[in-house]
Design a protein around this ligand. Structure first.
Ligand SMILES: *[C@@H]1O[C@H](CO)[C@@H](O)[C@H](O)[C@H]1NC(C)=O
Ligand SMILES: *[C@@H]1O[C@H](CO)[C@@H](O)[C@H](O)[C@H]1NC(C)=O
Ligand SMILES: *[C@@H]1O[C@H](CO)[C@@H](O)[C@H](O)[C@H]1NC(C)=O
Ligand SMILES: *[C@@H]1O[C@H](CO)[C@@H](O)[C@H](O)[C@H]1NC(C)=O
Ligand SMILES: *[C@@H]1O[C@H](CO)[C@@H](O)[C@H](O)[C@H]1NC(C)=O
Ligand SMILES: *[C@@H]1O[C@H](CO)[C@@H](O)[C@H](O)[C@H]1NC(C)=O
Ligand SMILES: *[C@@H]1O[C@H](CO)[C@@H](O)[C@H](O)[C@H]1NC(C)=O
Ligand SMILES: *[C@@H]1O[C@H](CO)[C@@H](O)[C@H](O)[C@H]1NC(C)=O
Ligand SMILES: *[C@@H]1O[C@H](CO)[C@@H](O)[C@H](O)[C@H]1NC(C)=O
Length: 332
């Protein structure tokens, strides 16, 4: 038995506004049965799925385990990613070394139970180690350090499959002359003229982030324009971006850096045109003497960052965000 900060951290985020004492809430899980916790995804307002080494747990807002499902492990691969691109289903992504990664699909039986759906499906044409597998609507993204490849998820009543597309976001797509080194991807939907779009941000180690606008039509994500978010900070390398809110031309984001002495920063990003994006610094998540540990986590208008000091004490800061001028406020 082991106390898992991770779970109470992620799950109780939704309580943050109700109660600031939420860090006191925790629950114990049997590590020998479920395995080590890896990642989680929100399935609905009241349920989350947690991917652990041996099983996937469906939990409610009070951290009760509603059900759990085993993971068919094949050939010693590691399952590191869990996401829910379409409602009623979630997927886990696995890979062994640089072999082509694969997905396992789970379909909801009812509010509390899921079961495996169809067969394990391998990605075509991916031949190196992926850093992330995710998806939105019927589009899947595999993220390698040099490119993001888009695939189409084809669902039928009894089965599903993966189809290749023409969309590859690589150095040519981003008009870079030297090779790129992708460290993260994130996206958030927005609506304009009654049409659904996705703002995608791909973080690059040396320069910052690329933004991509994609149209979501018939549940397929189609990128149509891209530009740069380059803060030009000579003292750092870029780790991840969290999008707090977005329209087609204005996004509120937080960016984290690899150098832990540099606090994450919040920016207002204004896209004037594909060639011109202006950045305004909104907020510096400073915590003197403490180093941020993980990417900014977001749930609704609440953001959280974990910091650690040289004595390895850990604190969790909660930020309330709004898109007004006083963008972010630190609690306590
Ligand atoms: C989920 O929560 C959001 C925000 O609180 C609310 O607008 C929405 O109606 C809820 N959805 C369901 C299915 O309860
Ligand atoms: C597992 O390994 C066997 C033998 O090497 C191979 O035939 C099979 O396709 C592999 N399965 C997966 C899912 O990688
Ligand atoms: C999995 O790994 C174990 C230990 O490394 C090895 O003995 C076994 O043969 C592997 N199985 C497959 C299918 O690769
Ligand atoms: C949901 O499905 C599971 C598995 O079929 C079943 O055991 C459980 O009773 C169902 N729950 C409800 C609320 O229907
Ligand atoms: C992966 O595929 C690309 C394009 O098909 C090829 O250029 C590259 O050499 C392959 N890499 C490996 C490690 O097989
Ligand atoms: C690429 O990014 C990783 C971090 O994801 C970093 O450790 C590595 O040094 C970078 N490589 C190059 C060549 O910049
Ligand atoms: C960073 O430099 C590029 C190229 O000089 C420029 O286009 C961009 O506006 C700069 N970014 C900021 C935030 O000043
Ligand atoms: C803030 O952003 C959200 C999401 O983009 C939007 O729905 C809301 O209307 C915005 N609020 C204001 C005050 O602009
Ligand atoms: C963003 O676009 C909207 C609609 O086209 C426009 O009204 C607004 O002025 C733009 N905002 C900025 C900051 O450019």
């Amino acid at each position: 038995m082991k106390f898992l900060l991770f779970v109470s951290f992620v799950v109780t985020l939704s309580y943050a506004q109700k109660s600031l004492a939420f860090c006191d809430e925790y629950i114990e899980f049997d590590i020998s049965f479920y395995g080590k916790f890896i990642s989680n995804v929100k399935l609905s307002n009241t349920t989350d799925a947690i991917l652990a080494d041996y099983r996937i747990m469906i939990i409610d807002n009070e951290l009760n385990v509603l059900s759990s499902i085993s993971i068919p492990k094949t050939n010693n691969s590691t399952c590191s990613w869990i996401f829910t691109p379409i409602s009623g289903y979630f997927f886990i992504g696995c890979q062994k070394g640089a072999d082509s990664p694969y997905l396992i699909a789970y379909k909801s039986i009812n509010e509390t139970h899921y079961s495996q759906f169809g067969d394990i499906v391998q990605f075509p044409i991916v031949n190196s180690t992926v850093i992330k597998i995710t998806g939105s609507d019927n589009t899947l993204f595999t993220v390698e350090t040099t490119k993001v490849t888009l695939f189409t998820l084809v669902m039928s009543a009894a089965d599903w499959s993966i189809k290749t597309t023409q969309n590859v976001l690589d150095k040519n797509y981003f008009s870079r002359t030297s090779e790129i080194n992708i460290t993260d991807i994130t996206f958030l939907p927005y609506v304009q003229d009654s049409m659904k779009y996705l703002k995608i941000m791909v973080t690059e180690f040396n320069v910052g982030s690329f933004w991509i606008d994609a149209l979501v039509k018939n549940n397929i994500v189609s990128p149509f324009r891209t530009g740069n978010i380059f803060p030009n900070l000579s003292w750092t390398k870029y780790q991840s971006v969290t999008i707090h809110s977005t329209t087609s031309n204005v996004s509120m984001i937080s960016m984290t850096y690899y150098t832990t002495q540099n606090s994450p920063m919040s920016y207002k990003v204004v896209v004037n045109s594909v060639a011109s994006t202006s950045l305004t610094t909104n907020f510096l998540y400073t915590q003197s003497g403490w180093q941020h540990q993980i990417a900014v986590l977001k749930s609704g208008n609440v953001e959280a960052i974990m910091y650690r000091n040289p004595l390895k004490q850990t604190i969790l800061y909660i930020y309330i965000c709004s898109n007004s001028s006083s963008h972010i406020r630190k609690l306590r």
